[in-house]
Each structure stands twice: as C-alpha cells, then as structure tokens.
Design a protein around this ligand. Sequence first.
Ligand SMILES: [Zn+2]
Length: 163
Amino acid sequence: MAAADAALLGQGHEAITAIVTLASSCPAGGDPRWDATLAELGVEGLAADARARHLREGPGQRCGALLLELRWALDAAVAPLCKHMDEPWQLTNAVDQAVRDYVGAVRPVVTTASIFANALAGAASSPAAMVGSADASAECCRCCGAPRQDRSDLSCRYCGQTS
Ligand SMILES: [Zn+2]
C-alpha cells in the first residue's frame, strides 16, 4: 500500500469514528448537532416527515441519527479521500462496516416478551404466509435487516446498503 494511501486511510477512519460517535449520541432521528454536521458535509438530510417514517417503518432504532443519513454522511466524508487513493475500496469497506456496527449499536433492546410477540405476529403476517409462497418472501437487507420491498431496488431504502 502506498504511503499516501495509508495516511488517507487513517484520516478516513478518524472521520468515520467521529461521525459515528456523534450519530450514536443523538436521540432517535438526530438533533441540531447532527443537522449541523450534515450541512458541513454538504449532505441534505431527510425531510422531517421522511425521518418520522424511517423511524416508524425502518429496521428500528432506539436512539441515534437515521441509518440512511449516517451512510450519506460517511460517504460524503470519505469521498474526497477516496479520490486520491489507489485502493479506495478500503475506505468504502470501512464505511459499510461502520454502518453495520451502528445498526447493532442503536437496535432496540429486545426483551423476551417482544421476541414472542414478534414471533406470533410474524407467523401470521409475514409476506410468505400472506401469499402462501416461500418464493415471494421479501429479501432482507444484509446490513440492517429491513425487507427489500422490490428486488430491483439497487439499495436499501433504510440504510443505503447496495447489493
Ligand atoms: Zn438496509
């Protein structure tokens, strides 16, 4: 690895850590500090109604800025560094990993009662049960676990994971 790459990679990791730390310290959906960080990075956050919808219908988070906005912020932070790297995938992989870790960190605390409730609700209302075909069951996002509504979606609507 080129020396320049190592320096940029280090800077990228620092930026990722700083952004994730701030995002995790926000109440669910973000706060004015998060909005200021998005603005600094040149990222336009979701509108208030879209934020509320993500919190309600997304994979679930008990705290922290929204997954999708976190990914946008991280992408924006590493993009200028990636441009100068021979192997930019190292930083884009780090962003993917940071978002995955964040999903786990902000996930609602699961109680035994909620596990049973979800199991019962899931048995009756899972897409496969409703249409009676395993084929039709929604594919779930490998990053945040949210169902992909449409297989042709290029990225997850909740966390932005591609592939
Ligand atoms: Zn996702």
